[in-house]
Design a protein around this ligand. Structure first.
Ligand SMILES: N[C@@H](CCC[C@H](N)C(=O)O)C(=O)O
Length: 274
């Protein structure tokens, strides 16, 4: 029997199992992750987060994100804030650098409701999202006129007049596998209330509809700025709370919001796996 300690956390309702491989160097197969993600039979989570020692000398920790289907994601904004919360518990410091597949992300802790991660530059070139063919990423050639961007992971954002009239589950499930996105897409639906406030729901690639998506909020604001419907600072109301997104002078998307440690537990794996 292998015992793996974990932290159950969430950021604006987007929930995670965090495993610190620096102290417990275990591996989980995609099918083990999918089993743990099952809310009816196991712990349940939107993403599994693995912490390792960084390979970059300037970073505090290496962070990897896995969806419920076991696929790996380059970025996860809400989980990044949760990791900053844990680092603060462990060190008491307030500034960190997270090493992720999407790059080095500077982050700061100013209280559990005020954790900020610099999610980096939005990438609008079709090759960088990536898309299957060259096109205008500000107006993708798709029904509903979504905009495309990468925040270290691929996103499309639909700007809709009335979010409550949108069947996010049905459309999200359809567009997440659209052939224009060979690596899949996180599909956001944004209703602009003003240039500084939007409502957003996101169907996440590899996971489904979640209560919040941090990279999705950055993507929606970056796309909204590009379309001229948002200012450089925008409050994003998601089903699980509010995220504050700002584009700084360098063009980076800064995401501020809460992180919650719900409980600590132990995963027990039978057999030789783990
Ligand atoms: N929950 C996220 C995004 C998680 C990854 C995404 N599903 C993907 O596959 O790219 C967030 O808060 O950003």
């Amino acid at each position: 029997m292998t015992k793996i300690p974990f932290y159950k956390m969430h950021g604006a309702g987007n929930d995670f199992v965090v495993i610190d491989r620096r102290t417990h160097p275990v591996s989980l197969s995609p099918s083990q992750m999918a089993a743990l993600a099952d809310r009816n039979r196991s712990i349940g989570f939107d993403q599994l987060v693995m912490l390792d020692s960084p390979s970059h000398s300037g970073a505090d920790v290496m962070v990897r994100f896995f969806n419920t289907d076991g696929t790996q994601a380059g970025a996860c904004g809400n989980a990044s804030r949760c990791v900053v919360y844990l680092l603060h518990e462990q060190t008491g410091r307030s500034r960190y650098i997270l090493q992720t597949l999407a790059g080095l992300l500077p982050a700061s802790y100013e209280g559990k409701d005020f954790i900020e991660v610099n999610m980096g530059l939005p990438h609008f070139r079709w090759e960088d999202i990536p898309l299957a063919k060259e096109c205008d990423t500000n107006h993708l050639p798709l029904t509903g006129d979504p905009a495309g961007v990468s925040m270290g992971n691929p996103h499309m954002t639909f700007f809709v007049p009335q979010l409550s009239a949108v069947n996010v589950a049905e459309l999200g499930a359809a567009f997440t596998r659209h052939p224009l996105y060979p690596q899949g897409a996180n599909v956001g639906f944004a209703e602009m209330h003003s240039p500084s406030f939007m409502r957003l729901r996101v169907w996440e690639r590899g996971t489904g509809l979640t209560l919040a998506c941090g990279s999705g909020a950055c993507a929606a604001v970056a796309n909204a700025i590009r379309r001229g419907v948002s200012g450089k600072t925008c409050e994003v109301e998601v089903d699980g709370g509010v995220l504050h997104i700002t584009q700084n002078a360098q063009g980076d998307m800064l995401m501020r919001g809460p992180a919650v440690l719900a409980y600590e537990g132990v995963i027990e794996l039978n057999g030789e796996e783990g």
